[in-house]
Write a protein that binds this ligand. Structure first.
Ligand code: FSO
Ligand code: SF4
Length: 517
């Protein structure tokens, strides 16, 4: 196997042994390469013909399935390979040979680096397209680009052809995040600030994790009146802020922290856990029977809920396990008993006038966007310390699961606003971009001229497509950590540093000094 798509890749270079650091076996890693090669062929077929509905569904699902921590099942990936082949034959009856991914992995390191940015970027973007699709929202330009980008991977490519394609991933991902934003807010309403307790009430409950709000909606509808409570975990936390989801009284609070702590946090819990998207770690035997997956997430030996989304077995499991006998107090990483979420773009923009006045009056001096993924590397406490050390006259916007490092801290308020504003999931980077653009308009300047700094943490491929969107928008001086991606070659890094002044994170003190100095 060869895989270097995520931040925890072995030795910061590549996973090549019998299994990756994430637990993906060589068998499944090779299946995923075969699947990608089949999707490249499908992309080529579409370039010569036209995309069928099945081709679009397969490309989105197949790319999503190869994101880190999603699909660990040989059988499930093989089914997707068969579907990709059938979709190709339906467009091009003579068939098109699968692309051999080893050609890409062994190419010149700069070509490999740029093609990796394209491939990993569209994998991340496919996750967002998938969630939007679940709610009935599709964008033909986004779908067409999956095929275009995949087909381009089979071309030899040069810096001149691949660099613009890398930025185009960022451009199309902006449309894709806009689509998902529209899907979420038109379906569930605009998020409203909501305090989410960490205590688990006595009685049966279900933990639901991942990013798919539609799955949560179905689960809430099916648990209505059953006496089974529902707790979010990880990236599902922001769901508490959506009016159409929070109206269900059994949606009680949030359980635990970010994805990398699950093997500790789920051990011995008297409740089943539903995984709707990525960030599944191979479960310990002690709780494997409590794990339910759906959509693209699969792990052999755990329960998989089929496309009809009948959660009755999951609900029965919750009743059987029974939950805690008494209320079970829990805390965040820093000992806090709750977090506040729901500062989506609509809420933040509704107070934009006050914010602009506070900046003009000198009450708010700086904005930080501290967002992105969490992960296991010890260096990630950088983000906790960074937020703790931001000055009292600054605002910290945050999103995605990296916020569990600091979302239970009480940093007080500035100009009547909480100093930490949780804008939502990683895809709500779209909302953060809208806020930045609105501020730039209010101050009649460019986004790069605002007193706004972005300090990002990455782990997997959704962070890659978001980073590319920020680059496409011309945003400079991004701080990126905890380490730089292994798939960025020295020459490609030079391009990023020269054109966008990207810096690797150093220490919170030093970076704050550079930013504020
Ligand atoms: Fe986190 Fe996982 Fe949302 Fe990622 S849950 S690490 S960038 O999948 O997608 O933030
Ligand atoms: Fe290794 Fe990450 Fe690939 Fe898993 S996804 S095999 S940890 S590089």
């Amino acid at each position: 196997m060869f895989c270097f798509q995520c931040e925890q890749t072995a030795g910061c270079s590549a996973c090549t042994g019998a299994a990756g650091v994430c637990g993906k076996t060589a068998l499944v890693a090779n299946d995923q390469d075969e699947l990608t090669g089949a999707l490249v062929a499908l992309g080529q077929a579409v370039q010569q013909g036209h995309a069928t509905e099945e081709a679009r569904e397969v490309v989105v699902t197949g790319l999503f399935a190869t994101v880190t921590n999603v699909d660990f099942s040989d059988a499930a990936v093989r089914t997707l390979i068969d579907r990709a082949h059938a979709a190709t034959r339906a467009i091009s009856p003579a068939g098109i040979a699968d692309y051999d991914m080893n050609r890409m992995w062994t190419a010149n390191e700069d070509i490999r680096s740029l093609k990796s940015l394209v491939l990993f970027g569209i994998r991340g973007m496919a996750a967002y397209a998938y969630h939007a699709r679940q709610l009935g929202y599709v964008d033909e330009t986004v779908d067409a680009f999956f095929f275009e980008a995949l087909a381009a991977l089979a071309e030899e490519g040069s810096l001149d052809t691949l660099l613009p394609l890398v930025l185009k991933v960022g451009e199309i991902n902006l449309s894709c995040m806009a689509l998902l934003d529209r899907a979420n807010t038109e379906t569930y309403g605009d998020p409203v600030p909501t305090e989410v307790p960490f205590e688990v009430e006595a009685g049966p409950f279900i933990i639901v994790t991942g990013h798919d709000l539609h799955d949560l909606q179905l689960l809430l509808e099916q648990t209505d009146g059953t006496g089974v409570n529902v707790y979010t975990h990880g990236e599902m936390l922001p769901a508490h802020a959506y009016p159409e989801l929070k109206k269900h009284p059994q949606l009680k609070g949030n359980f635990g922290t970010a994805w990398q702590n699950q093997r500790k946090e789920f051990d011995g819990v008297p409740a089943p856990i539903l995984f709707t998207t990525n960030c599944l770690m191979p479960p310990k035997e002690s709780y494997a029977d409590n794990v339910f997956t759906c959509d693209c997430v699969e792990f052999d030996g755990t329960h998989h809920v089929g496309a009809e989304k009948d959660f009755s077995e999951l609900i029965a499991k919750a009743k059987e396990l029974g939950g805690y006998a008494e209320n079970h107090p829990m805390t965040g990483i820093n000992g806090g008993t709750h977090a506040t979420t729901g500062f989506g773009r609509a809420t933040v923009l509704s107070v934009a006038g006050d914010v602009v006045n506070a900046v003009k009056a000198g009450d708010i001096k700086h904005f930080f966007l501290v967002g992105g993924c969490d992960g296991a590397r010890p260096g990630r406490n950088y983000y906790t310390e960074f937020v703790q050390k931001t000055p009292a006259d600054s605002v910290v916007l945050t999103l995605a699961c990296g916020k569990f490092r600091f979302n239970d801290l009480d940093l007080g308020t500035v100009a009547g606003l909480p100093r930490i504003l949780d804008m939502g999931q990683c895809n709500d980077a779209y909302g953060a971009i809208q806020v930045a653009v609105a501020l730039a308009q209010a101050f009649d300047c460019g986004v790069n001229d605002l007193p706004l700094s972005m300090v990002l943490s990455w782990y997997e491929q959704k962070a890659v497509c978001i980073l590319l969107t920020l680059l496409h928008l011309g945003i400079k001086n991004i701080y990126l950590g905890p380490t730089l991606p292994a798939f960025i070659s020295p020459n490609v890094l030079n391009v990023l540093v020269e054109n966008y002044q990207i810096s690797p994170t150093s220490t919170p003190e030093e970076d704050l000094k550079k930013i504020l100095g």
